[in-house]
Design a protein around this ligand. Structure first.
Ligand code: NAP
Ligand code: ZN
Ligand code: ZN
Length: 349
């Protein structure tokens, strides 16, 4: 057992404070990682504030982890000490169900083991603790290789924001020339723009923030729609083949469905904590639209995404924060005041 420094929430209102957590000794198949950077995802905010109502405390969030391998178990084959690696939103799954066997571990029928806040398979009385910490020990099957030459801090958010947008774009088979909409220009949204562009799509950003128009265009968006402006929304009517919805707050989907062309699909990625207004069936029926959802991505798909991003020069736009700035960063994230992802410098823990 090793003790490492971390930042943990003690209750929905405690914020994040310094703490010490235990990490297991690496088992035969484990990789121990000295964490360098960890991205701040809006899911971390939902979780520590128990906005989804399921949080167990104390909780160390963080599932966009990049670091250096410090020790490996005797049977580890894929990793060696000194390599730069990543860990995303899950650290285990049953490995036997159809979803696991097909490489969709995130949809494990027994339930994936989340990187934080999940019962630890090795010790059911303990919950997993995430990446706002100095080190983590993870089974090698759930560890990713960070491609050579990729900026490690800017790569960290690819482990959640990157794969969460990559996976549905690939599932929908977005091709060169397709028109893709991205709702919300935050951590997920800005990755959706970059990855859709790298796939050759024409990208429309829907934002509630007029101040983000220039930034969206600078990220590569071909078109920016202010979603609160009905004329601007009307201009996008029936133009899009696919939409990624990355909004973390309650909003009405129907105006966005009206921007889809025949056979278009709107994929829900953001998970607000309260009920959303209902989707109008007539909108779906009249244009043969699909309304679906998507959860992160599988392990092999996450590696594929990292390699795709390396090939296309895609990383996240980040603002580095120290451990003592985490609570302030959360407030700024909720206020939409980040371009576009905060990343914790783990050396400040
Ligand atoms: P984020 O950085 O805070 O971005 C969310 C964006 O939503 C904001 O930047 C804002 O963009 C927009 N927005 C906020 N309030 C809005 C409102 N009332 N109406 C319309 N738009 C609004 O969050 P994130 O880290 O990208 O995460 C987004 C959501 O995805 C969260 O709910 C998170 O839990 C979820 N998530 C899901 C998965 C998955 O596997 N499905 C994975 C990771 C995260 P504008 O200023 O441009 O409007
Ligand atoms: Zn996340
Ligand atoms: Zn499974």
């Amino acid at each position: 057992m090793t003790h490492v420094k971390a930042y943990a929430a003690q209750s929905p209102t405690s914020g994040l404070t310094p703490s010490t957590i235990e990490r297991r000794e690496p088992g035969a198949h484990d990789v121990e990682i000295a964490i360098e950077f960890c991205g701040l995802c809006h899911s971390d905010v939902h979780s520590i504030r128990s906005e989804w109502g399921t949080t167990k405390y104390p909780l160390v969030p963080g599932h966009e982890i990049v670091g250096i391998v410090s020790r490996v178990g005797d049977s580890v084959e894929g990793f060696t000490v000194g390599q730069r690696v990543g860990v995303g939103c899950m650290v285990d799954s049953c490995r036997e169900c159809d979803s696991c066997l097909e490489g969709f571990e995130q949809y494990c029928e027994v339930g994936m083991v989340g990187t934080y806040g999940a019962p630890d398979k090795r010790n059911g009385s303990v919950i997993t603790q995430g990446g706002y910490s100095q080190a983590i020990v993870v089974d090698e099957n759930y560890v990713l290789h960070i491609p050579e030459g990729m900026d490690p801090a800017a790569a960290a958010p690819l482990l959640c924001a990157g794969v969460t947008t990559y996976s549905p774009l690939r599932y929908l088979d977005v091709q060169d020339g397709d028109s893709v909409g991205v709702i919300g220009l935050g951590g997920l949204g800005h990755m959706g723009v970059k990855i859709a562009k790298a796939l050759g799509a024409k990208v429309t950003v829907f934002t509630t923030s007029p101040a983000k128009v220039d930034a969206a265009l600078a990220l590569g968006a071909d078109n920016v729609v202010i979603s609160t402006d009905s004329d601007s929304m009307a201009g996008a009517k029936h133009t899009l083949n696919a939409i990624l919805d990355t909004v973390a707050a309650v909003h009405d989907l129907n105006p966005y469905l009206r921007t889809l062309a025949r056979d278009g699909a709107l994929i829900q990625l953001g998970l607000p904590s309260e009920e959303m207004p209902a989707v109008e069936p007539g909108l779906l029926i009249r244009k043969r639209l699909a309304y679906g959802g998507s959860l992160i991505g599988g392990i092999a798909e996450t590696q594929e995404m990292l390699d795709f991003c390396a090939e296309h020069g895609v990383v996240c736009d980040i603002e580095m924060v120290s451990a003592s700035e985490l609570d302030k960063a959360y407030d700024r994230m909720v206020a939409g005041d980040v371009k576009y992802r905060f990343v914790l410098d783990a050396s400040t823990l």
